[in-house]
Design a protein around this ligand. Structure first.
Ligand code: AMP
Length: 195
């Protein structure tokens, strides 16, 4: 069953559950599982339905995306200076829906949104920050700038009731693009614990 929501730009969006790719999207999994557990009559059928739902879950997709990135040595390639898809978004070689830009930071809508608002914030100059765990003292200014920009963009998007900021780091963190980025997700009630 597709997930549908009203996007911040006034349009209605939907996607198949299997299209999700990011850790925070785990939250979509919980409600349908409860439905399966309550609705099924036969226990083995309930289990197979549950397994099917888990296999099709966004979490599984996100893990697959992180595994694919690992298999293609995306981390090592980025560390060696190879361009990522985010470099191509910065250079405008690949189009994106930009919501904020200044000399140092770019913010654009995630192509696979996990809520009514899902924005990616990146430094224009990666400066070795393929992932947060590479952070050094010299990165304090840009990391602070990213956080302050996230708050500005959240206000711009009218996320008055709150939002979530996510940084995925490395394979265990389900990182798939090795150019440090913040996920700003809002417009719906978040769940805890995250996946
Ligand atoms: P992560 O899994 O934390 O590395 O996050 C990477 C994010 O980049 C995912 O949420 C993707 O949906 C998003 N993404 C990948 N390609 C694009 C693109 N061309 N435009 C916008 N977002 C993208």
């Amino acid at each position: 069953m597709p997930v549908t929501w009203h996007a911040g730009d006034g349009t209605t969006r939907s996607r198949k559950r299997s299209e999700g790719r990011c850790c925070p999207r785990t939250v979509f999994v919980h409600a349908p599982i409860v439905v399966v557990l309550l609705a099924g009559g036969d226990s083995s059928r309930r289990l197979s339905l549950l397994q099917a739902q888990l296999q099709a879950s966004p979490m599984a997709d996100e893990e697959a995306a992180a595994r694919a990135a690992a298999a293609h040595h995306a981390k090592q390639k980025a560390e060696a200076g190879e361009l990522t898809i985010f470099d191509k978004i910065i250079s405008k070689e690949i189009p994106s829906k930009i919501v904020y830009e200044d000399d140092d930071v770019l913010a654009f809508r995630d192509v696979s949104p996990q809520g009514p608002v899902h924005i990616i914030l990146i430094p224009k100059d990666r400066d070795g920050l393929t992932q947060l765990s590479k952070a050094e003292d010299r990165h304090e200014k840009i990391l602070g700038h990213l956080m302050v920009t996230a708050a500005k963009v959240a206000r711009q998007e009218k996320l008055d009731k709150g939002f979530r900021l996510v940084v995925n780091d490395g394979p265990d963190g389900c990182q798939s693009v090795y150019h440090i980025h913040l996920h700003l997700i809002g417009g719906r009630q978040m769940k805890w614990p995250p996946g």
